[in-house]
Design a protein around this ligand. Structure first.
Ligand code: PEP
Ligand code: MN
Length: 264
């Protein structure tokens, strides 16, 4: 199998429009859950870059639990992300929900995110295998490691080896947090696979106060990066405000993370 360590013993390094991820190259991906407007997105991207982020996330097509919740700005959101990229140089990570927009994403996005809800959408994974874009493959909310690895296999079978795993918490019996961060995923996936794995403490915790401690745990686990949601005014965010850090909180966290990365 192509994702397996046996296929490729050395850590794979994935190139996200010039930003290397994997091995000792850390992915620091941050941004809003949803792109809301140009002004705020560009301002936030600048603050994130200054604080040390090396990639910008932002949802344009949103997989919301309710069809009555904000569904994302769509292609307009991708256009705004590209303006933020022009201003900061930060490569863009954004979620693709269906094959109908694949050509637009190949054109406008540097790393295509497959969300937890689509981890086993095999037609989507096969189509992404036909591109050469980096893919951020989030873990399904009740997916085993084996199922997750097989989803990467679907992408790689088509010839696209640029896969990055993202642990974003799994569903457990606990209801006090949104999900349960499975930190063990990091060493397990790194043992089984040569591909990088990053951690998303935001969707795992679902509450702001847990993000710094889970982010620190992610670094010390040896993760190849992380993805964190940030918003200038979390109370007013159009999605996932309760788990967003403010830019100031993110900046402070980055200082700690950079210190830990030096130790680790
Ligand atoms: C997101 O990144 O905003 C998101 C919806 O993530 P997940 O697929 O992990 O729930
Ligand atoms: Mn979100």
């Amino acid at each position: 199998k192509k994702a397996n360590r046996q296929f490729h013993e050395k850590d794979s390094i994935i190139d996200v429009d010039g930003v290397k991820i994997g091995g000792s190259n850390f992915m620091m991906c941050a941004g809003p859950c949803s792109v809301e407007n140009e002004e705020d997105t560009v301002e936030l991207a600048k603050l994130l870059k200054e604080a040390g982020a090396n990639t910008l996330r932002g949802g344009a097509f949103k997989p919301r639990t309710s069809p009555y919740s904000f569904q994302g700005l769509g292609i307009e959101g991708l256009r705004i992300l590209n303006i933020a990229k022009e201003e900061t140089g930060l490569p863009i990570v954004s979620e693709l929900m269906g094959t109908e927009h694949i050509d637009i994403f190949v054109d406008m996005v540097d790393c295509i995110q497959v969300g937890a809800r689509n981890m086993q959408n095999y037609d989507l994974l096969k189509a992404l295998g036909q591109t050469n874009k980096p893919i951020l493959l989030k873990r399904g909310m009740s997916a085993t490691y084996e199922e997750w690895l097989m989803s990467a296999e679907y992408i790689m079978a088509g010839g696209n080896n640029n896969v990055i795993f993202c642990e974003r918490g799994i569903r457990t019996f606990e209801t006090a947090t949104r999900n349960t961060l499975d930190i063990q995923a990091v060493p397990v996936i790194q043992k089984e696979s040569h591909l990088p794995i990053v951690v998303d403490p935001s969707h795992a915790a679902g509450v702001r106060y847990l993000i710094p401690s889970m982010a620190k745990a992610a670094v010390m686990s040896g993760a190849n990066g992380m993805q964190i949601e940030v918003h200038q005014n979390p109370e007013k965010a159009w999605s996932d405000g309760q788990q967003c850090l403010t830019p100031a909180e993110f900046k402070e966290l980055m200082i700690t993370i950079n210190m830990l990365l030096e130790i680790e």
